[in-house]
Design a protein around this ligand. Structure first.
Ligand SMILES: Nc1ncnc2c1ncn2[C@@H]1O[C@H](COP(=O)(O)OP(=O)(O)OP(=O)(O)O)[C@@H](O)[C@H]1O
Ligand SMILES: [Mg+2]
Length: 177
C-alpha cells in the first residue's frame, strides 16, 4: 500500500495568518515534487457549502467535512493542507483521530494584531456590530494543547513559519529532507 500523505491542519483566529502560511507550505511541497491539495476553509465553503454559516452546528459540520476530505485524499498519498479557524479542540481532535498522519499547526497571533491586519475587514464589521460570531472575540477559541508546530506570527515572518512546518514534516519522517 502507498504511504499515507499528511494532513497539515492550520488553526487560529481570523487574520492570524493560516491561509498565508498554508500557501507557502503548499508551494514548498509542490516544489519538492510532492502531491499536495490545499483545502482552505473559505474556498471549500464557497464551493461546497455557501449557505453553511458559522453557528456551533455549522462549525462542527465544516470541520467534519474538511477532516473527512483530508483523510480520504491522504489515504492515496496526497498531502492535504487544511486552513480553518476550527476553534474547538474536540473538532481538531476528531480530525486527528481520522487521519493516519496529522500535524496540527497553531497559528498564534494576539487579537489586537489580527484586528490591525484585518485583511477581510471582518474585525471592522464586528466593530460596527454587523458581525458577532468571531472566534476568540465573541465565542471561545480553544488554544491547542500540544500542537506539532506553534507559529507566533506577530514575531516570526510567514516564510520562517512555513519553513518550521516543513522542518517538522522532515523530523517526523513524513517527507524526505
Ligand atoms: N508571520 C506571518 N504569518 C502569516 N501572515 C502574516 C504574518 N505576518 C503578517 N501576516 C499578514 O497577516 C494577514 C493574515 O491573513 P490570512 O488571510 O493569512 O489569515 P487567516 O488566518 O487565513 O484568516 P481567516 O481565518 O480570516 O481566513 C495577511 O495579510 C498576512 O500578510
Ligand atoms: Mg484564511
Amino acid at each position: 500500500m502507498n504511504d499515507h500523505g499528511t494532513v497539515i491542519w492550520f488553526t487560529g483566529v481570523p487574520a492570524s495568518g493560516k491561509s498565508t502560511i498554508a500557501s507557502l507550505v503548499e508551494n514548498k511541497l509542490r516544489a519538492g515534487g510532492l502531491p499536495v491539495e490545499n483545502l482552505d476553509a473559505d474556498e471549500i465553503r464557497a464551493n461546497l457549502s455557501p449557505n453553511l454559516g458559522y453557528t456551533a452546528q455549522a462549525r462542527d459540520e465544516n470541520t467534519k467535512r474538511l477532516a473527512w476530505m483530508g483523510q480520504m485524499l491522504s489515504k492515496y498519498g496526497v498531502n492535504v493542507i487544511v486552513a480553518a479557524v476550527s476553534p474547538l479542540r474536540s473538532h481538531r481532535d476528531r480530525a486527528r483521530a481520522w487521519c493516519a498522519r496529522f500535524v496540527e499547526v497553531f497559528v498564534d497571533c494576539p487579537t489586537e494584531v489580527c484586528q490591525e491586519r484585518d485583511p477581510k475587514g471582518l474585525y471592522a464589521r464586528a466593530a460596527s456590530g454587523e458581525v458577532n460570531d468571531i472566534a476568540g472575540m465573541h465565542m471561545p477559541y480553544e488554544v491547542p494543547a500540544s500542537p506539532e508546530v506553534h507559529s507566533r506570527t506577530d514575531q516570526v515572518d510567514a516564510e520562517a513559519c512555513a519553513q518550521m512546518v516543513i522542518d517538522k514534516l522532515v523530523e517526523l519522517t513524513y517527507i524526505g529532507s
